[in-house]
Design a protein around this ligand. Structure first.
Ligand code: A3P
Length: 293
């Protein structure tokens, strides 16, 4: 579906059939008007950029214990929960969303609640999203029937992907941080988290202003490592969302968890076109993405 917010048109490809009440336009308005709490933290990511990963890190750091949250991050995802559910959530709330900047709750922005923005290189995000669509039978009742090549064409014509477009999503946050130097926003890269998880988790702890020790950071890094988190998701969490939408039991929230898987999917020609498009769409941006480690 397409939605217009502040004269900006968005094509919202993911999760939009799943909003409470079923009406995305109404739900976006509801979300924009929720009331902030003093200790709210908001995690913002373009889909498939490591949302589950950072959510678990944040929840462990705020608890001060490297213990998995028995809930899934979707229980705190603005797209999926109703106003009543958001209001009934216990504090502190670790909210998360793929909504673009202009759809975020106004009160949270006005009262400068902390935002953590995680970015991932768009080639890997595209491959990950393709697998998500291939495994998700929500909405139309069947999985995405096309090839990777078809998907990539769609990714380009939707201004590089769903949810308003990857490049617009990340550069809106970049501009916001530049225009509002006093706003507490932490921007992280998936690739840096992969390369040096302890360094990046320490950044998060400092940003959240929580007490931490070297032991806690090490334990959080280990527990949130891809294999461990994947296992925990299967064994500890009641992941009713994945169960409901998975096609043939396929795992897509924790699929591969690597940097550079795109190389197994892109042809040379597709890669050239992607680089060209990336160059044009990201013109003027100072964001630096790593496509390999
Ligand atoms: P892949 O499909 O490339 O494996 P999101 O949580 O935003 O939906 O992002 C999902 C992507 O993050 C998936 O990418 C998933 O495997 C990866 N991921 C999840 N937890 C991870 C972790 N602890 N370390 C590395 N990647 C992780």
């Amino acid at each position: 579906p397409t939605i217009i917010v502040d004269d900006q048109r968005f094509s919202l490809g993911m999760i939009m059939d799943m909003v409470p009440g079923g009406n995305i336009v109404e739900h976006v308005q509801t979300i924009r008007n929720i009331k902030a709490r003093e200790d709210d933290v908001l995690i913002c990511t373009y889909p498939k950029s490591g949302t589950h990963w950072i959510w678990e890190i944040v929840s462990m750091l705020r608890k001060g214990k490297a213990e998995y949250d028995p809930r899934i991050k979707e229980t705190a995802m603005l797209e999926l929960i109703s106003k009543d559910q958001i209001e009934a959530m216990e504090s502190p709330r670790n909210l998360n969303t793929h909504f673009p900047l202009c759809m975020l709750p106004k009160d949270l922005l006005d009262t400068k609640r902390k935002i953590i923005h995680v970015m991932r290189n768009p080639k890997d995000a595209a491959v990950s999203m393709y697998h998500h669509f291939k495994s998700e039978k929500i909405g139309v009742g069947h999985v995405y029937p096309g090839t990777f090549s078809d998907f990539l064409s769609l990714f380009f014509c939707l201004e590089m992907g769903a949810n308003g477009g990857w490049n617009k999503y990340v550069t809106d946050f970049e501009k916001f941080a530049k225009d509002n130097p006093d706003y507490p926003i932490l921007s992280l890269y998936f690739e840096d988290m992969k390369q040096d998880p302890k360094r990046e988790i320490t950044k998060v702890a400092k940003f959240l202003d929580v007490p931490y020790t070297e032991e806690l950071i090490t334990a959080v890094a280990e527990r949130c490592d891809f294999e461990n988190l994947k296992k925990a998701n299967q064994e500890i969490k009641d992941d009713y969302i994945t169960r409901k939408i998975a096609h043939d039991g396929k795992q897509f929230m924790y699929r591969k968890g690597t940097v550079g898987d795109w190389k197994n999917w892109f042809t040379v020609a597709q890669n050239e076109l992607f680089d060209e498009t990336f160059e044009t769409r990201m013109h003027g941006s100072e964001l630096k993405f790593k496509f390999v480690l």
